[in-house]
Design a protein around this ligand. Sequence first.
Ligand SMILES: [Zn+2]
Ligand SMILES: [Zn+2]
Length: 83
Amino acid sequence: MILAAYVFFGIILYYVFKGKEEEGLYMKEICINCGEEVDKSSLHCPNCNEQLKKECSNCGKIIDISWRSCPFCDSNQLSNQKE
Ligand SMILES: [Zn+2]
Ligand SMILES: [Zn+2]
């Protein structure tokens, strides 16, 4: 009886994790400018060339253009904007 329960939960966990894995493979972002689906790792929209990601001015990691601080090194991104 207990063994059957373990097997049952094992199967559920398998499908939960499998589902999450597949979700991660197809993670897309919507371009803020033209609404086109863009790969999450893309720095620019391939359709309109809008910049979607930037490099952190402190650690160089790729972060979202709208983020105010870097989640990797916690540096403020607003004070370093030079365009
Ligand atoms: Zn676009
Ligand atoms: Zn950083």
